[in-house]
Ligand binder design. Sequence first.
Ligand SMILES: Nc1nc2c(ncn2[C@@H]2O[C@H](COP(=O)(O)OP(=O)(O)OP(=O)(O)O)[C@@H](O)[C@H]2O)c(=O)[nH]1
Ligand SMILES: [Mg+2]
Length: 460
Amino acid sequence: MAVFDAVHKTVTIKVVYYGCAMGGKTTNLQTLHRLTDPEGRQGLVSIATTNDRTLFFDLLPMDLGQVAGLSVKVKLYTVPGQLHYELTRRQVLGGADGVVLVADSGPNATENNEWAMKNLRENLTINSLDPDKTPTILQWNKRDLPDALPVAELQSELNTRGLPAFEAVATTGDGVIETFAAVLKGAIAYTYAKAGKPLKDLTQLSQTVDQALQQAQARAAAAETQDEATPTFDKRFDWDGYREEQQADGHDRQVVDQASLLSESVNTNMMLAERLDSLKSLEQLSARREEMMDALSELAPMLADHNERALPKGVTERLLKGAQRKRGSLLLFRPGEKVMDEWETLPGGTDPLNASTSAGVGSVASLLCERALQVTVVEDVVAEVFFGKPTAAAGGIASLLVAPLGCEGVPFGALIVYSDVSDASFDETERKYWTTASVLVGLSLHWHALRRKLSQAIAS
Ligand SMILES: Nc1nc2c(ncn2[C@@H]2O[C@H](COP(=O)(O)OP(=O)(O)OP(=O)(O)O)[C@@H](O)[C@H]2O)c(=O)[nH]1
Ligand SMILES: [Mg+2]
């Protein structure tokens, strides 16, 4: 069941890939992992036998971004398709917010597919989930098989309810993202509706999901070009070896109540896998915070020691590095003018917004800096700043953050940070970082102005 966390403003959605044995459920998750997260930041946990058949489940956690003010996390599970793992299948399906039924298009799989469809309904009902309401997507997988059954045949045999269906080749990735996007949209809308917060704008939900998946893919593609790919986390339990060992030791395995043992171990494993995921997220967050702390603690003495000019050079670069951003500017007001002084723009050159003007409103940068009284994020630069008419200057910029520089209500300028489509969005941690940074820089500028006034007063 989806978990709403009011404190951290997150909602966690559970999606389960269901289907007959060898249909390609695990392959779907492996491909999603490869296409959206090759750095292995969010690990795929597979608990499989040594010959790669899913024993308990596979889990792939994913962060999707913001939907209706909440940050959405997704936990993707696959069940084991083999007949005799009924109990595990049932357990893993529990609390699903959306299901993908992966059907094998092979000519000999029809019976197995039909069984999976029936078995899904039964197990949804046993889990007190309504099979007619739980968002379910069909995937006709293995479309690359030379003897794959025609889609029309699969449709008429398996899709009597007219569920949304996608063709796929999970091994190459064809249709994998499309299937996932469809189940996510259904599962998110259903979850919000069940929680009494129905989403009014489903088109917007659809756009948010598509955008989040595009961003994840762009990030993954960028990371893939880096030399070293971090290996994914993959746990394999040598179940067959364990069984042989037990038998060799003469243990009578029938003594244990297998059903309850299995149910306990599935639950424990699911809990452990999820806990592992939270730990990994925490680890990443603390590494990010450490970099930010380093940047701020280097900035403070830089600003304090500096007395020659208003600001030392390199401030912007150090701050951007601390937030793992590539593009940004430190802009200062030029009194009475629309264009700002560019103290520092990275990479070197002209600040994209400061350079551009849109008819009648003067410099976009100047306008933004003047209006931003606190750290502000513009999510969609093209729509919100360029009024839907992208100019060359907006090229590649997806969103931006403005951190105003000022003191006692007097604005001096702003730090502007840009993110392109493959960058992560500006989250709460980063907003706090830029707030602290802009206060430090603002105070330094204020102090410098006071010093100058004082020297002038002494001289006269
Ligand atoms: N040709 C082809 N083979 C595929 C495709 N998708 C998966 N396979 C292969 O089918 C076999 C089974 O795939 P899995 O993803 O392990 O199947 P599963 O549904 O997780 O199976 P269980 O865990 O046993 O329930 C593997 O050898 C895959 O490489 C596909 O689209 N085309
Ligand atoms: Mg599997």
